[in-house]
Ligand binder design. Sequence first.
Ligand code: HEM
Length: 224
Amino acid sequence: MLETFIFVVLPYLSIAIALFVTPYRYFSSKLDWSAFSTQFLERKTLYWGSVPWHYGVVLILVGHIIGFLFPSTVSAALSGISAIVALESIALALGLLTLVGSIILLIRRASGIIRAVTGYADWILLFLILLQATTGVYMGIFVRWGMEWYLYTAVPWLYSLLTLNPQIGYVVGLPFVFKLHVIGAFLILAVLPFTKLVHILFFPLSYIRDPPILYRWVTRIKGK
Ligand code: HEM
C-alpha cells in the first residue's frame, strides 16, 4: 500500500500538480514568476552556497537524465570496474558540492536580515533540496554502485510510469533511503510551481541583450 503510494500515486499527483498549476501561475501572476533576489541584501554567503549548489545539482541532474535516456550506452560505459569507480567518484564529488551548497544556503536563510524575507515556501524548498542531496550522497557512499543499479531498477520503473503502466516491482525491494530520495524528487516537482524554483523553467534570453543591472545603495549598510 505504502509502496503504491510512493511509486505510483505520489509521482502522478506531483506531475499533475506541476503540469496544471505551473501554466496557471504563469498566466495569472506573471510578475512574481522569478526567484526574488536577496543578493543585494547579502552576497558573500550566497556566493559560497549558490555557486557549488548550482554546479553540483545541474551536473548531477544531467547524469540522471543521461542514464534515463541512454541506459544501454551508460551500461556499456560502466563495463569495467575502473570506469565505475571513476564515474562514481565524480558523481560523489558533485553530490558533496550540492550537499555543502544546500547546507550553506540553509544557514544563510536562518541568519540575519535574510531570515526576515524568507517565507514558508523557501523553507520547504530548502529542506527538500537538503534531503535530496543527503539521501543521494548517502546512496553514493553506502549503497554502491548506484549508477549501475539505477539503470536496471529506477530507469525501467520511470519508463513504466511514462507509458502509464506502472511497474513498481523494479523498485519496491530497494533500500529505504532510495524511497526517501524518490519521495524528495517528486515533492520537489510538486512544490515547483509554488516556489522560486519555478525560475528554472524561465530562460531569460532577452537578458543577453539588456544592459546589466547596477544596484546602488542610497545609505550604505555597515559591513557591506
Ligand atoms: C525519481 C527521480 C530520481 C531517482 C530515481 C534518483 C536516483 C538516484 C540514485 C540511484 C543515486 C545514486 C547514484 C550513485 O550512487 O552514484 C542518486 C544520487 C543523487 N541524486 Fe538522485 N534520483 C532522482 C532525482 C533526483 C533529483 C530531482 C535530485 C536533485 C534535485 C537528485 C539529486 C541527487 C544527488 C545530489 C545525488 C548524489 C550523487 C552522488 O553522490 O553520487 N536526484 N539519485
